[in-house]
Ligand binder design. Sequence first.
Ligand code: GLN
Length: 221
Amino acid sequence: MTGVRRRIGVLSLQGSFSEHIQSVQRAGAAATEIRLPSEINGVDGLIIPGGESTTILKLIDEYKLREPLRKAITTGVPVLGTCAGVICLANRISSHAMRPLDVLDVSVSRNSFGRQVESFEEDLQIEDLSGPAFRGVFIRAPVIESCGDGVRVLARLANGTVVACQEGHVLAVCFHPEFVDDMRFHKHFLNLVEQHAMGDPAWSGPQCRRWLCRNTQGEIG
Ligand code: GLN
């Protein structure tokens, strides 16, 4: 760590943005609310919270945030999407006509476990997270149905369902780390942000270059 306090922009249109802001601060970074395109400038990382993806995507377009968000992410700003945030980041949403941001090579299915009353918690073993199991809180959660070649699965439910993954600097989890006291997941994201800001070679490796090429349709790379 450099001792520089990194700044994370949390998309604050709807959903669990306040909880993410508190988690980021508790994990040791600064957090700012993002509602305007200009507020994206200069952030070291981005978070798209849980909530209602139909509403969040509608507001992204109403607030003219689609291209600025895509530009930030496709030029390398690390991003974490949780629950509805995963749906927003995905390439494909099965059996739904919504247009996601298309920066993560996965297909997701919404409300996969049923309604609000079918919400549940499950202990998860998450790749890259040391220590005991992490408590996954699932609220009308999506699942990751299929992943492209460059996507690494980070966690599955006991029944094998994929609920967390990473592609380059895009991190996506179907549960809500912002709703638990355990700060390890936000700290993990801040570590990625730090590595990226410090120009870690992993970020310019072949996998990252492939990601940039695919997601910028050849503009970069
Ligand atoms: N069911 C919501 C959606 O489809 C996601 C729920 C959540 O973020 N907890 O957008």
